[in-house]
Design a protein around this ligand. Structure first.
Ligand code: ATP
Ligand code: MG
Length: 260
């Protein structure tokens, strides 16, 4: 699916408040994501990043505010959004192999009771692209963390979604595949909207066109207008030296700007 216009809003969140077990987790969130955006979300542990993705997926109900995806209430947009979760626990003995698990990603496309030849071809192609074609017959529960993460990515991508939400997908991935992973994302960003939660600021800064820093509240910025003050405010702690050095690297790297 190609992006016909970059002038369409795909995710619109207005005055969103979320409370879990009587604790405010997200406070007055406003966020607009446009067709073709590549949004990187950063923030401290417990800042609410996963919760925000779960709200966009319709898995967590807002206490207040509105969330629209592709112009509709979230529960109606299921097959257009794919999700790579942060944590996926499989029973070691759960009897499903990689091929069938990825094929399940085609459920939204399937016409009738059976998967088509096109569905099977889509699985083959995505396994090849993510270099896991040799794992097809392996039991998912017995894969390594990194192999499993690639399988989850394959399952998400095989549906050719319009929006792909990824929650720290590179956590277990080796550096060699990580470079390939970002190449794949670059290609995907031509055809879908990407939202990537990551603690790897340097890596994502090279690829995203929009940032959101989340620590209960949100601060959104374009590629070049995020400042250490904003990071400090969002993290609500002084920016430590490592963070600061990383940050200098981020703003200096993409276009060679001098950090002020
Ligand atoms: N189901 C739940 N019930 C109660 N509290 C929850 C629930 N899910 C998350 N929380 C709390 O909400 C806060 C935000 O959690 P969330 O998982 O969204 O953070 P995060 O930004 O994704 O963190 P991390 O970087 O560690 O993944 C945390 O304090 C967490 O304990
Ligand atoms: Mg999280």
């Amino acid at each position: 699916m190609s992006i016909s216009s970059r002038n369409n809003i795909v995710i619109q969140i207005k005055n969103l408040w979320v409370s879990l077990k009587d604790r405010i987790i997200l406070e007055d969130i406003n966020l607009t994501v446009w067709d073709g955006d590549f949004l990187g979300i950063i923030g401290p542990n417990g800042g609410g990043k996963t919760t925000l993705l779960r709200v966009i997926l319709g898995l967590v109900k807002p206490m207040q505010g509105s969330v629209q995806v592709l112009g509709e209430q979230v529960h109606k947009t299921g097959k257009h959004i794919a999700y790579v979760p942060q944590h996926a626990h499989f029973d070691q003995d759960f009897p499903i192999n990689v091929w069938d698990m990825v094929l399940m990603g085609r459920l939204g496309q399937r016409r009738g009771r059976f998967y088509s030849r096109e569905d099977q071809a889509a699985v083959k192609s995505i396994l090849l692209e993510l270099e896991i074609d040799a794992l097809g017959k392996r039991q998912v529960g017995k894969l390594s963390g990194g192999e499993r993460q690639r399988v989850l990515l394959a399952r998400a991508l095989v549906s050719r979604p319009r929006i792909l939400l990824m929650d720290e997908p590179t956590n277990n991935i080796d550096s060699q595949f990580e470079a390939r992973f970002y190449d794949i994302l670059k290609k995907l960003s031509q055809e879908m909207t990407l939202v990537l939660v990551s603690h790897d600021l340097t890596a994502i800064s090279r690829h995203v066109n929009k940032w959101a820093c989340l620590n209960r509240k949100i601060v959104v910025g374009g590629k070049n207008d995020i400042t250490p003050e904003i990071i400090a405010e969002v993290y609500q702690c002084s920016v430590n030296r490592i963070m600061h050095d990383q940050f200098r690297h981020i703003v200096a790297a993409p276009k060679g700007e001098v950090f002020r």
